[in-house]
Design a protein around this ligand. Structure first.
Ligand code: ZN
Ligand code: ZN
Ligand code: ZN
Length: 254
């Protein structure tokens, strides 16, 4: 399986419009972050997305993503959801609906905000055509076991996902003990690391490193960074086996 980091930025992306801080002015491509999302390519060549941020079209073109076989939604904040309309191109190419997954709050909200995406396909496949499923326990998708990981995003219960021995947890402020128990023996952990100051709905550098140590994946990649995180400088502060992810980075898992 292959992990493709589509986007590694926070809700504003980096650079931030109107900002002239060193990260936003940096010419290092690893400081240019689109909104947070990842593609998982299975051994059979199927593609699962986690979230559909507003930069989905550019990410798919950049990474040559030519199909989507399912979307695992973490929650419905705009930076994780609002690229949903770009799924229509994949429905058009594949001539089939795309299944989307999430907790009950997420699925209800998506169905309410994007009602038209859950109608039967029209003759021209000119809208996204999606089916939805609420998930609470492990399920199989495209021959891969997926385990929803309930976590808290401030007061909002959202989901991370474990896909085989890879886990993705973004927009998290607290990981309950029962969910920590689902994260044993990971090859790769992708984990929220907003910036260096505490925040009420996200973990920040110290807490992210602390969780990463406890979970103890073979490799941890931090995601969802703001422009406070200058790639080179921030990377020098990281312990072994921990990295800041960057857009376009690919990791192969055996
Ligand atoms: Zn977010
Ligand atoms: Zn900036
Ligand atoms: Zn959020």
């Amino acid at each position: 399986m292959e992990i493709i980091f589509l986007g590694t930025g926070s809700s504003t992306g980096t650079p931030v419009i109107g900002c002239s801080c060193p990260t936003c002015l940096s010419s290092d491509p690893r400081n240019k972050r689109t909104r947070c999302s990842v593609a998982i390519k299975t051994d059979a060549g199927k593609v699962l997305l986690i979230d559909t941020g507003p930069d989905l079209r550019l990410q798919a073109l950049r990474e040559d993503i030519l199909r989507v076989d399912g979307v695992l939604y973490t929650h419905t904040h705009a930076d994780h959801l609002n690229g949903i309309d770009d799924l229509r191109n994949f429905c058009f190419l594949q001539k089939q609906p795309i299944p989307v997954f999430g907790n009950e709050i997420t699925i209800n909200d998506i169905r309410q905000r994007f009602t038209y995406a859950f109608a039967p396909p029209g003759q021209y496949w000119d809208k996204p055509v999606l089916t939805s499923q609420v998930v609470e326990s492990p399920f199989i998708l495209e021959a891969v076991q997926i385990t929803p990981i309930p976590v808290m995003h401030g007061k909002l219960p959202i989901l991370g996902y474990r896909i085989g021995d890879v886990a993705y947890i973004t927009d998290v402020s607290d990981i309950p003990d029962a969910s920590m128990a689902l994260l044993d023996g990971l090859e790769v952990l992708m984990l929220d690391c907003l910036h260096f100051r505490p925040h009420h709905t996200h973990i920040h550098f110290d807490k992210s490193v602390d969780y990463a140590r406890q979970i103890n994946a073979k490799q941890t990649y931090f995601i969802h960074m703001t422009h406070q995180v200058e790639y080179g400088e921030a990377s020098s502060l990281l312990p072994e086996k921990m990295h800041f992810a960057f857009d376009g980075h690919r990791v192969n898992i055996n």
